[in-house]
Design a protein around this ligand. Structure first.
Ligand SMILES: C[S@@+](CC[C@H](N)C(=O)[O-])C[C@H]1O[C@@H](n2cnc3c(N)ncnc32)[C@H](O)[C@@H]1O
Length: 396
């Protein structure tokens, strides 16, 4: 049976595969060489190809002597055709937890597990603004720092930031937006995060930069936002919606609806699928427990009957491909440090996460949507984009 599976993936691999099995047998004579060292790995891959491969790769039971990205592109093409969606069962479990009132607690733990790995870890491979979301590249030689700054400036422009606005950032990360905006405009900003490390990092930056009167940060779940008793005319959420979870998107929009002023603008920046599709089980188990990549149709459906009016949509899919490649390049540069602190298995897990995510954007399994909504119908927004999407060459 493994022969048939290898043949399927090999057909889809540029240059073909040559797979060496634990019993010494070699299948295929392609240029991408794969060595499976453990027979248990073979059994697990046959049972569940995506999870079996991911776990074996992390443990070092599989070596790819060639290009991991090229191999994963072939795997995606194979899995797209074969895999069934298990997300329904998971969403059922989450909904039971929600009814029991445990969900916020579970979500907090899930989110902290990822973001509280250590600010030192993230600073090794994120840009200096510590932005952990898709950047916008407008030229080939742009640095990651510049591309992240350009992304932020596009967001400010879309939100039509003006002196006197009040801006909320839901899932503010290490605060790149809430800390920058008051330096550019006379605007008060508020950010929320579930990560203690991020919260403390922002707190100390607020003090160091003397921004106490302009910036506030809360360690808070988005569902608790109404308890602030405040309204905002500009709201942004970048790379957080992926944590909301299947069946919870409407709850999220209801909260945003409640805390927004009429006539305000809300920019939602999220990874998405065009239509509901298979989710990666390996990513959900090892990288983003509880995460769910929403489909565009699910996002829009979740706003039904609320006050949101869709103004604009962008898809920055290949910009995320390039962002992930930049992160991975930096991550590789710190290989020894990461292994020393977190171990070889952790390194391989993150290598696979960064590479498979890049491949997911390259192969259009995932997209990056920016949706701009007004609260109520607003007609005085610009109707021309200021940029043309750069060619694929820029984003490779
Ligand atoms: C991928 S990071 C993006 C951070 C930042 N927006 C950026 O672009 O760099 C996701 C952020 O969402 C936050 N988050 C996830 N679930 C949340 C929730 N239920 N309530 C509030 N924040 C949440 C995390 O703590 C983290 O700060």
């Amino acid at each position: 049976m493994i022969d048939a599976l290898i043949e399927e993936v090999s057909k889809r691999t540029e240059g073909g595969l040559c797979v060496e099995l634990p019993d010494g047998r070699a299948i295929g004579n392609g240029t991408c060489r794969v060595r499976i060292k453990d027979s248990k790995a073979v059994r697990n891959i046959l049972r569940n190809p995506e999870m079996g491969f991911g776990e074996a790769y992390m443990k070092g039971d599989i070596e790819i002597n060639g290009d991991l990205e090229r191999f994963l592109i072939a795997c995606v093409s194979y899995l797209k055709e074969k895999e069934s969606d298990k997300s329904f069962r998971n969403s059922l479990i989450r909904n039971i937890l929600k009814v029991l009132g445990f969900l916020k607690f579970v979500e907090g733990k899930e989110v902290r597990k990822h973001y509280d790995l250590g600010n030192d870890f993230y600073s090794l491979w994120l840009d200096s603004s510590m932005t952990y979301s898709c950047a916008f590249f407008s030229s080939k030689d742009q640095s990651l720092e510049e591309a992240q700054a350009e992304k932020r400036s596009i967001i400010y422009e879309k939100l039509q930031l003006t002196d006197g606005d009040k801006l909320l950032d839901i899932g503010c990360g290490w605060g790149s937006i809430i800390l920058e905006v008051p330096k550019l405009y006379n605007i008060q900003t508020v950010g929320i995060t579930l990560s203690k490390n991020q919260y403390e990092y922002i707190k100390s930056k607020i003090e160091r930069e003397g921004l106490q009167d302009k910036v506030r940060v809360y360690l808070m779940h988005y569902e608790d936002l109404p308890s602030l008793g405040e309204k905002f005319n500009k709201v942004v959420s970048v790379g957080m919606f992926e944590h909301v979870g299947k069946g919870r998107h409407r709850t999220f929009f209801k909260v945003v609806d409640r805390i927004m002023d009429d006539g305000g603008l809300f920019l939602l920046h999220t990874i998405g699928k065009v239509l509901p599709e298979t989710q990666s089980q390996w990513i959900r188990k090892y990288i983003f427990p509880g995460g769910y990549i929403p489909a565009l149709t699910e996002i829009l459906q979740a706003t039904k009957g609320l006050g949101f009016n869709l103004i604009d949509i962008d898809n920055w899919r290949l910009h995320y491909y390039r962002t992930l490649k930049e992160w991975r390049k930096r991550f590789y540069q710190h290989r020894e440090k990461v292994i020393q602190k977190y171990g070889e298995e952790f390194f391989r897990m993150w290598e696979l996460y960064l590479t498979s995510s890049a491949v997911s954007f390259l192969t259009a399994s995932n997209h990056l949507f920016q949706l701009l909504f007004s609260k109520g119908v607003v007609n005085d927004y610009p109707i021309m984009k200021r940029y043309f999407l750069p060619a694929y060459e820029v984003l490779k």
